[in-house]
Design a protein around this ligand. Structure first.
Ligand code: IMP
Length: 441
């Protein structure tokens, strides 16, 4: 079915929900995929014609030459990483003629990576557990109006002048606060000039392109990175990333208004994972967590770090439903839960006074007094990876999915039972709604 709708794909948990698979699926019927936030702290693997491609910045969809792939203004770009991704594609015979980069996106430079590392070290026991890619310092510079945009980066004189000024400032912090050796601006300019030359042809005004496609019913997929609970404003602050993974970030990070968005699909796993530090009420620190980690290959795509694993938390999902205006949910990794005698779903929290809490409490990060309230359901032992319809799932798996849907209050559009494109069970009626345009403009 042709997708004329503008759909936001958003992570409903703490990232790594396999959003790329849904983006890839929906992109087949769209004209454009726009990544709206984050940087190379994210990572996704796309397999096409048996070949595996790993991306950190390039949107899923690049392998389809008929789709325009855009890196939005809300993304922070590490030029070296992006050039490597582009070269990787070209070397394998994939055209990148359909790639565009917002000239308003900010660039990550060596001082961002260095400061990310030094700041984390300085936090000691309360470190965030960042990916070390310079993401936080790059967004901080943007907010502080110190950042260097792609439009400046690709202009040699402007870039050289800006880097010299910023490095002089950063060196004061690097030397005087952290006692480390200063950076050499000329060396950065020499190293990054070839990247600027390589990226210049892709640099573009993207807001008019996105508006044109979105307002003329051509179908735009807004690809989120990370997840709702990592949002700088609405996530589990301060253990968050520095951008806006939530659906609202799609407007901020691409330059379109909210009325152009037709639907929001939240992507969640059938359990919960988290990388880095911070609160995680349903974390399993026993062999059940290890079971999920090993079966689900729960190791970071970007850093290789083992992910913390735990039961599905519907307090978090209901929060994600609300703050994203979620119209449908995609529930993935159901195959990973196969083989457990029973599965648990967190339906609420209980506070220290014994009261039931249904909505995500704003002091969750600082108040250790919340404990999860679980419902226990029978597990399933059958292999679900070959199921292509809900009827082909074992009854216990079906009951699990139905309970998740009831607890979240939004319809489940897709159930994923494996990484392959075909390993997806769709609810045609819900999908139809997701892909239907609401014509405001
Ligand atoms: P940063 O984005 O590198 O600053 O990291 C901040 C927090 O967000 C850390 O806990 C990271 O582990 C987490 N994080 C950032 N990107 C991702 C992602 O793509 N998946 C999961 N966690 C992420």
């Amino acid at each position: 079915m042709a997708n004329s709708a503008n759909v936001v794909i958003v992570g409903a948990q703490w990232g790594d929900e396999a959003k790329g698979k849904l983006v890839d699926f929906l992109a087949c019927n769209a004209s454009m995929v726009v990544r709206y936030g984050g940087g190379n702290n994210a990572g996704h693997t796309v397999t096409a014609n048996g070949i595996e491609y790993k991306f950190h910045l390039i949107p899923a969809g690049i392998l389809n030459p008929d789709i325009l792939c855009i890196v939005g203004s809300g993304v922070v770009i590490d030029p070296g990483v992006l050039v490597k991704e582009i070269e990787g594609l070209v070397n394998r015979g994939v055209s990148v003629a359909n790639l565009k980069l917002s000239s308003a996106a900010h660039v990550i430079l060596p001082y961002h990576r260095l400061l990310d590392e030094l700041e984390e070290r300085g936090r000691g026991a309360s470190k965030i557990g960042t990916t070390g890619r310079g993401i936080g310092p790059a967004y901080a510079d943007k907010s502080n109006r110190y950042g260097i945009r792609l439009s400046e980066f690709v202009c040699p004189e402007v870039f050289a002048a800006r880097v010299r000024a910023v490095v002089a400032e950063k060196n004061l912090i690097i030397e005087k606060v952290y006692g480390e050796a200063p950076l050499d601006a000329d060396q950065i300019i020499a190293e990054y000039t070839p990247y600027a030359e390589a990226l210049k042809p892709f640099c573009s005004e993207i807001a008019p392109l996105v508006y044109d496609a979105a307002s003329h019913g051509k179908g735009v997929i807004f690809e989120g990175a990370q997840g709702t609970l990592l949002d700088i404003d609405l996530g589990t602050y301060p253990y968050v990333t520095s951008s806006h993974p939530i659906a609202g970030g799609a407007c901020l990070g691409t330059g379109i208004g909210p009325t152009l968005i037709d639907s929001v699909v939240g992507v969640a796993k059938g359990y919960t994972t988290r990388v880095g530090s911070g609160v995680f009420p349903t974390e399993l620190l026993d062999e059940r967590g290890d079971y999920i980690r090993e079966r689900g290959h729960e190791y970071g795509t970007t850093t290789g770090r083992p992910r913390r694993c735990g039961w599905l938390d519907t307090v978090i999902l209901r929060f994600a439903v609300k703050v994203n205006g979620m119209t449908a949910l995609s529930l993935g990794h159901l195959d990973v839960l196969t083989g457990m005698n029973e599965v648990q779903i967190c339906v609420a929290y209980r506070n220290a006074e014994g009261e039931l809490i249904n909505d995500l409490p704003s002091d969750l990060v600082t108040n250790a007094g919340y404990t999860p309230v679980y419902e226990t359901l029978p597990g399933w032992h059958e292999d679900v990876s070959n199921a292509r319809t809900a009827e082909e799932l074992p009854a216990n798996a079906r009951a699990y999915v139905a309970r998740v849907q009831a607890l979240c209050g939004v319809p489940i559009a897709a159930i994923s039972v494996g990484p392959g494109r075909e390993q997806t069970i769709l609810d045609a009626e819900v999908m139809q709604k997701v892909q239907t345009r609401r014509q405001w403009v």
